[in-house]
Write a protein that binds this ligand. Structure first.
Ligand code: ATP
Length: 510
């Protein structure tokens, strides 16, 4: 745990020092759970967005994009259920004065018991060696079974209490499970209260009678209300998808863990409209497709896993999370949900407008079913950052800080460096830069010794450095240095474009 905290702290410090992410309004001591992306951060973020957009919209004939407003008619949120039910149950500890989400406290208790079970399994595996059958052990060992029963009991009780809005029983559950404040160890809890996560503001002047409007807590509703607009104007036939990237806002009760949980964040969402009855088939397809996207980025596959939901939201008939192993453990990075026809039907009901599709192939009108893929851009950014961050000891014993950002996502693809600041080398280097800058984001640097400049580029994740030296003036060749292997090769300036194209182009997903 301490190591994990340490790792996250290092990443946060590095992100700030090199201009990836700053605390928001830092000169006023920051604003809780809001962050600003600096020069390198905004490039990396744009590259992730562009990869997602291309993979979803450009590579799929039947997916188109939109960019809806953040403000929406207030009835939208009544219809979607956010006004009545987008709540988290919160509880305060009277001694530490710290606030917690009751569901998270229960979830962490479950994880603790699951760890106990795992310990039991690991111990037995050691004892029995090759003959060990884990499934049999889990199904028959008394201690494991007793703990599993405890977990099921707690989950079931929590679910029922939430469904019946029985907040007193949620508090009682926390007491019965003997849950203590993780920071102070105190078990002195307040009552549980529901807390709506939507931010609201006023639209229009008070004289006209201002209306309460909300900052959207998810981008999906902008897609639902535009379903027919898009279907008609883009001449889409079911099955088809609508994709969108945009800001969302949630007044999170506790927002720790850097950009993992923010109050203002960005989502990349796609709603895929299908014939009723075909949704589970599409759900499986999109699960595969999205995992393929993650794997194409080049991060180790073991750092991803699916976590299928057993407690489904009222609008879903299947749901899973793609979890990523962040420095603080496996956590949700993306959600894939089969949302049935819940949202479109609700908007039909509240707006009084038909949101139906006439399917010429079967000659029927229906409200389509929806499969959603929803990924947090900032969480993806943190996944890339934590995958890339590394400290290495080199053969000569010296240390090197290197950000192994996948080439196609790196903020700068190339740094162009004249070996010396004289003898016509800067002029030649600028010539090379002039040829590359229209295709690649490049950096020019002539300050300090070359070794120091290489280290600077390693620390910001630039995959290639081009060094212009005296030989370059004679034969139009330069050295190309690879960030990861630190190998250098002599190449002709004439082939640089082609070489880089092969090395820094985004993967093409079919
Ligand atoms: P969590 O359980 O972590 O609160 P969620 O299940 O409420 O997340 P969804 O409503 O499914 O999240 O939103 C889709 C995606 O949006 C999430 O997978 C996550 O990547 C991202 N996301 C949600 N809330 C936040 C937040 N507060 N900060 C950053 N990203 C977020």
């Amino acid at each position: 745990m301490a190591d994990q905290d340490e790792q996250l702290k290092k990443i946060i410090a590095h992100a700030k020092e090199y201009g990836f992410v700053y605390p928001s309004s830092e000169i006023y001591d920051g604003l809780s759970a809001t962050y600003d992306y600096g020069p390198l951060g905004s490039e990396l973020k744009n590259n992730i967005k562009s990869f997602w957009w291309k993979s979803m919209v450009q590579y799929h004939e039947n997916v188109v994009g939109i960019d809806a407003a953040i403000f929406m008619h207030p009835k939208t949120w009544k219809a979607s259920g956010h006004i009545d039910a987008f709540n988290d149950p919160l509880i305060d500890n009277k001694d530490s004065k710290k606030r917690y989400r009751a569901d998270v406290l229960v979830e962490e208790w479950v994880q603790k018991i699951e760890k106990k079970i795992q310990k039991e399994v690991d111990k037995a595996a050691k004892r029995f060696g090759d003959a060990f059958d884990e499934t049999q052990f889990r199904n028959t060992n008394d201690r494991v079974l007793a703990n599993l029963e405890k977990i099921d009991g707690a989950n079931e009780r929590f679910k029922t209490a939430m469904e019946q809005n029985d907040l007193a029983d949620i508090k009682q559950l926390i007491i019965d499970l003997d849950i203590a404040d993780p920071l102070s160890g105190s078990k002195n809890w307040t009552d549980v209260r529901q807390f709506n996560l939507m931010f609201s503001t006023e639209m229009g002047s008070t004289a006209e009678g201002a209306d309460t409007v909300y900052l959207r807590p998810e981008t999906a509703q902008g897609i639902f209300v535009n379903f027919l607009n898009v279907q008609k104007t883009a001449r889409m036939k079911i099955p088809f998808g609508i994709a969108q990237i945009g800001k969302a806002f949630r007044n999170e009760i506790i927002a720790r863990q850097f950009i993992f949980r923010m109050r203002e964040f960005e989502q990349m969402e796609m709603q895929f409209f299908v014939r009723p009855g075909e949704e589970l088939e599409w759900y499986e397809k999109w699960k595969k497709e999205r995992l393929k996207w993650h794997h194409a980025i080049g991060i180790a596959k073991e750092r991803y896993r699916f976590h299928d939901h057993t407690n489904l939201a009222h609008y879903a008939n299947a749901a899973t999370d793609i979890e990523y192993e962040f420095p603080f453990g496996f956590k949700e990075l993306e959600g894939i949900h089969s949302r049935t026809d819940f949202d479109l039907k609700k908007h039909q009901e509240f707006s009084g407008k038909k949101l139906q599709y006439f399917d010429p192939e079967i000659g029927e009108n229906y409200v389509p079913y929806v499969v959603e893929t929803s990924i947090g851009l900032d969480r993806m950014f943190l996944a890339v950052l934590s995958h890339s961050y590394g400290q290495e000891t080199l053969e000569d014993g010296s240390q090197r800080m290197v950000m192994r950002i996948p080439h196609f996502l790196a903020p700068y693809k190339v740094a162009v460096l004249p070996l010396l600041k004289k003898d016509g080398l800067p002029e030649k280097a600028r010539e090379v830069l002039g040829e590359l800058k229209f295709d690649y984001n490049c950096q020019y640097d002539e300050k300090d010794a070359i070794g120091k400049r290489y280290r600077r580029q390693d620390a910001i994740g630039t995959p290639f450095c081009i060094t212009v030296d005296h030989q370059s003036l004679e034969d139009n060749t330069v050295t190309l240095r690879d960030r990861d292997s630190m190998q250098q090769e002599r190449v002709s300036i004439a082939v640089l474009q082609q070489l880089l194209r092969e090395k820094v182009t985004a993967p093409k997903l079919n």
